[in-house]
Ligand binder design. Sequence first.
Ligand code: IPE
Ligand code: IPE
Ligand code: MG
Length: 232
Amino acid sequence: MGVPKHVAIILDGNGRWAKAKGLPRTAGHAAGAKNVRKVVEAAYHMGIRYMTLYAFSTENWNRPEEEVAALMNLLDNYLKTCLAEAKKNNMRVRVIGDISRLDPAMQDKIRNLEEESANYTGFDLTFAINYGSRDEILRGVRKIAADVKEGRLDIKELEEETISRYLDTADLPDPDLLIRTSGEQRLSNFLLWQLAYTEFYFTPVPWPVFGEKELKEAVRVYEERDRRYGKI
Ligand code: IPE
Ligand code: IPE
Ligand code: MG
């Protein structure tokens, strides 16, 4: 079937990985953040074209305040170094999710990174930050309703494709392969609309130690599958 064009990953298990080593959960997040660069590079060399990473969910605000602060700090640091990497690797970076709830300085960094990397065409890296699929659909429906009300959208022209256009992922293809690390087998509010025909791969390996070998194995399993899209 060939290498998947778009791989989405639910990065999970940072906390459990740290706990098993007798470290605080935040050490797991630091190790997980470090791992992002490695996995993105491996994906690029394998011929994957798009990668979307679930970094912080709308539900993750319910974690202890210090943990949320540590996660935000790691994301902020990553965004700081990301532009240089985007330039070096011809990589376009996007963020999906409701960024209006993030620190204003972080929002600026995100907008700047998206603008500065908008013309890079070698690889597309997307981070889901304060992302929840139901929230994304709700925001999309609100925009559709406003556009209908203002006469910008004719309700008779409302198609499935229109809905896709009103989501944060409007200019991204749907993922071909979804990976979730660390054993849980649920979506946790990730890309519910976009994953309608995606292949799922679950691995017990926690995110901080999920590397090139594990990504290759996920792709190998994917390549052996038979994607039918309803046909025989
Ligand atoms: C993934 O690891 C990172 C985020 C969800 C932000 P977790 O923090 O969920 O780690 P576990 O699942 O508790 O081990
Ligand atoms: C999903 O992981 C969210 C991210 C990876 C950002 P969680 O660890 O937060 O999900 P649940 O709570 O186990 O479903
Ligand atoms: Mg988790």
